[in-house]
Design a protein around this ligand. Structure first.
Ligand code: NAI
Ligand code: ISE
Length: 337
């Protein structure tokens, strides 16, 4: 394919606007061909100064717009299923922001729809798989030098939660990244989940259960714990330590600049995922564009998206009802073997 890949971006909010900038200014081989958002003002602002990008309020109009060859979904999670199925009907390759679909039943319908097509068309925006530190940890674990992984200790802290953020979203929005990262790093499904609730921070909005401590069990007997704290107030911190039979490895400490002045040192802390994972988003979208132009799909699959939603759903049940909840996955279609 010699011409630029024409991308329709669905949703021009926080992530959509950043991806539009990325496609326009950072990534090579693609251009923004259309944008859809029910809020026309946002859509127009997001493509201001970009030649040839049409603006739509409805998703089908954007998918059918001239020059559209692929779709980047950055609308809220509940809108993803309809958008994915509409893209599949048109044979358009998709990069879908996480979650694939928040409810596992809807995510499974997407898996089944893609399996019926008989070829992969979509990948999910689990960008940590493109982060240099996560990739180094994955290579180290796969190389076997540290022996069998026994535990992952993870930290996921946001400065503050956006309006409307619920206690369930700590699990199914924030921890969804750790769910995917753990499945990917360990190469195993997560089979059970328990959520512990320390006393809520007085800095969290009224009635938000924040922080939470989530423990996953894996098919092979490893444990993954996640401290998720979305109103920590001081910074965006994502850390992961793998404890293995012959050693341990930790990522997530190397981002800050350390400023030393008379009598002391001060370490900067990133405030936002758009800063902490900027390179990962760039690499994710570039890889998607390159693979799409080559007629391939290489990123986290729709099956990975379904599994993450099923685990998160079990996590929300564990949060709401207490106790340990097991994860039930549907049979995996051969397409994702
Ligand atoms: N990978 C990551 O680190 C992150 C991923 N996300 C994901 O990105 C997606 C978008 O999140 P944000 O940008 O933070 O939300 P946002 O609320 O800032 O923006 C969503 C936009 O979508 C528009 N919209 C609503 N319904 C739509 C529809 N049916 N079709 C097209 N547009 C529609 C809204 O008007 C709004 O402009 C979500 O799936 C979220 O989970 C969000 C933050 C970080
Ligand atoms: O995906 C994300 C948000 O939706 C989520 O709400 C945040 O907690 C995460 O840090 C961010 O990466």
């Amino acid at each position: 394919m010699s011409e630029l890949l024409g991308v329709a971006v669905l949703g021009a909010g926080h992530m959509g606007t950043d991806h539009i900038r990325r496609i326009d200014q950072v990534v090579s081989g693609a251009r923004v061909a259309a944008v859809a958002d029910p809020d026309t003002g946002r859509a127009k602002d997001a493509v201001a100064g970009i030649d040839g990008a049409s603006v739509h309020t409805e998703v089908p109009a954007a998918l059918d717009a001239p020059g559209v060859q692929a779709v980047l979904i950055a609308s809220p999670g509940p809108a993803h299923e309809e958008a994915l199925l509409a893209a599949f009907e048109r044979g358009l390759p998709v990069l879908c922001e996480k979650p694939l679909v928040p409810e596992s039943a809807g995510a499974l319908r997407v898996v089944e729809a893609e399996a019926r097509l008989g070829r992969r068309l979509a990948q999910v925006g689990f960008m940590r798989r493109y982060d240099a530190e996560y990739q180094r940890l994955k290579s180290l674990l796969d190389g076997g030098r540290l022996g069998r992984p026994l535990m992952l200790h993870c930290t996921h802290r946001n400065v503050s939660s956006p309006p409307g953020f619920t206690s369930a979203m700590l699990v199914n929005s924030s921890v969804s990244h750790e769910i995917d990262a753990a499945r990917w790093l360990l190469g195993q499904e997560l089979t059970a989940v328990t959520v512990l609730r320390p006393r809520p921070s007085s800095n969290a909005p009224e009635s938000l259960l924040d922080p939470q401590f989530v423990v996953f069990e894996t098919a092979d007997g490893a444990l993954v714990d996640v401290e998720v704290f979305v109103n920590c107030g001081f910074g965006y911190q994502v850390r992961c330590e793998a404890v293995c039979e012959s050693g341990s490895a930790r990522i997530g400490d190397e981002h800050a600049m350390v400023v030393t002045t008379a009598g002391g040192a001060n370490e900067e802390v990133a405030q936002d995922y758009l800063v902490r994972f900027a390179d990962a988003y760039d690499r994710e979208v570039q890889a998607w564009v390159d693979a799409t132009r080559a007629g391939r799909v290489t990123g986290p699959s729709v099956w990975d998206g379904y599994a993450a939603s099923a685990v998160a759903e079990a996590g929300v049940r564990a949060l709401e009802n207490g106790g340990r909840v097991t994860v039930e996955l549907a049979p995996r279609p051969d397409l994702y073997a």
